[in-house]
Ligand binder design. Structure first.
Ligand code: HEC
Ligand code: HEC
Length: 295
C-alpha cells in the first residue's frame, strides 16, 4: 500500500507520466483479470521464471526514456549500463531491495540517503519514479547465467590488495598476527569492509549494519592541571571545557582557557581517520578482496 501513498503525493503536479504510473500501479493490484494487465496490450504468456523475478506491468516509453536519461547521468557510472554492477556498485537486478521495490519507494531511500560507498543523490520524487521504472524494465529473463553470482562487493584484485595492505596497513597490522583469520570472524564482506575502513563504526555512514565486530579502545584524554595529570575516557571537548570519565564512569569537567590546562587526546582511530581520505576506490576494493581470503 506504501506505493499508493507515494503516488498520491505526486498528484500535486500530476503529469501524464504520473497518471500512467498510477494506472500501472493499479494494474499491480492482486489478481488482475486474465489478460487485463497493462491495459490490454495483448499479454503474451511469460516464460516460467523463478518467483524472484516479479512480472511487472509495461510502462510508457516516455517514462522509460526519462528514466534511462536519469540513470545514464547518475547511476551508470557505478552500476553499469546493464545494471549488473561491477563498476564499483553492486548488481541491481539481483538486489532484493530492487526486487521488492514497486516504483521507487525503496530505491528512492537509497538514492536520497546514500548507502555505504554510494553517495546521496538529489533527485525529485518524479525522477526517482522514472529511474525505478527504468531499472525494473531490464529483462531479467535475459540474464547472463555466468553473472548470477551472489550480490557482492568483492570486486577487487586480491593480489594487488595484498601489496596495498603491506604498504598502507603493514606498519600496524599483520594477517598472521592481530588480523589472523579475520574473514572467518566476519563472514559478511560488507561488514568486513566497513570494519576495516573505520573500526568501531562497522555500521558505516548512517550507522547501518549494527555494532562493530571489533573492540576498539575508546578515545582517552589526559588533562594536566598544575603538574597533576588525570586520564580518562573522553566524554566531551570544546574550546571551553573538557569532560572525561574514569573507569567507574564518574565524570570530571575542566574549564579550558587557551593552552591551560594541557590537554592530550589519544584517539586510537586517528590513523584510520587520516587514512580514509587517502584510499582510492580501487584500494578499498582490492584490500577487501584480499582480506576476505584471510580465513
Ligand atoms: C559512486 C558510485 C555509485 C553511484 C553513482 C550510484 N550507486 Fe547505487 N550503490 C553503490 C554502491 C557501492 C552500493 C552498495 C552500498 C552498500 O550497501 O554498501 C550501491 C547500492 C545501491 C542500491 C541498494 C542495493 C541493495 O541491494 O542494497 C540501490 C537500489 C542503488 N545503489 C541504486 C542506485 C541508483 C538508482 C543510482 C543512480 C540514481 C545509483 N545507485 C548511483 C554505488 C553507486
Ligand atoms: C598507524 C597505525 C594503523 C594503520 C596504518 C592502520 N591501522 Fe588498523 N587499526 C589501528 C588501531 C590502533 C586499531 C584499533 C584496534 C587495535 O588497537 O588493534 C586498528 C583497528 C583495525 C581493525 C580492527 C581489528 C582490531 O585489531 O581491532 C582492522 C580490521 C584494521 N585496523 C584494518 C586496517 C587496514 C586494512 C589498514 C590499512 C588499510 C589499517 N588498519 C591501517 C591502527 C592502524
Amino acid at each position: 500500500m506504501f506505493h499508493r501513498g507515494y503516488t498520491l503525493q505526486t498528484t500535486k503536479n500530476l503529469t501524464i507520466a504520473a497518471l500512467v504510473a498510477a494506472l500501472s500501479l493499479a494494474a499491480q493490484a492482486p489478481a488482475p483479470p486474465a489478460g487485463g494487465r497493462g491495459g490490454g496490450r495483448g499479454a503474451v504468456a511469460p516464460p516460467a521464471r523463478p518467483a524472484a523475478y516479479p512480472e511487472r506491468p509495461p510502462v510508457a516509453q516516455a517514462v522509460l526514456d526519462r528514466g534511462r536519461a536519469i540513470y545514464g547521468v547518475n547511476c551508470n557510472f557505478c552500476h553499469g549500463s546493464d545494471a549488473r554492477g561491477g563498476e564499483g556498485g553492486p548488481n541491481l537486478l539481483r538486489s532484493e531491495l530492487v526486487l521488492n521495490d514497486k516504483r521507487g519507494e525503496l530505491i528512492g531511500k537509497v538514492i536520497l540517503n546514500g548507502q555505504g560507498e554510494m553517495p546521496a543523490i538529489k533527485l525529485t520524487p518524479d525522477q526517482i519514479g522514472d529511474v525505478a521504472d527504468y531499472i525494473h524494465s531490464f529483462k531479467v529473463g535475459g540474464y547472463d547465467v555466468s553473472r548470477m553470482v551472489p550480490l557482492s562487493i568483492v570486486v577487487g584484485d586480491p593480489k594487488v590488495g595484498e601489496q596495498t595492505f603491506a604498504k598502507m596497513c603493514g606498519s600496524c597490522h599483520s594477517v598472521t598476527g592481530d588480523l589472523k583469520g579475520i574473514a572467518s570472524k566476519i563472514t559478511d564482506p560488507k561488514a568486513l569492509q566497513n570494519g576495516w575502513l573505520m573500526p568501531g563504526n562497522a555500521g558505516g555512514r548512517g550507522g547501518r549494519g549494527g555494532p562493530s565486530p571489533f573492540n576498539v579502545p575508546p578515545t582517552t584524554v589526559t588533562v594536566t592541571v598544575a603538574g597533576k595529570a588525570t586520564t580518562g575516557r573522553l566524554v566531551r571537548i570544546d574550546d571551553f571545557i573538557v569532560t572525561l570519565a574514569d573507569e567507574n564512569g564518574a565524570q570530571k569537567t575542566f574549564r579550558r582557557d587557551g593552552e591551560v590546562p594541557k590537554v592530550e587526546i589519544n584517539d586510537p582511530m586517528k590513523a584510520h581517520k587520516e587514512l580514509l581520505s587517502k584510499y582510492t576506490d580501487a584500494d578499498i576494493h582490492n584490500i577487501t578482496s584480499y582480506l576476505v581470503t584471510i580465513q
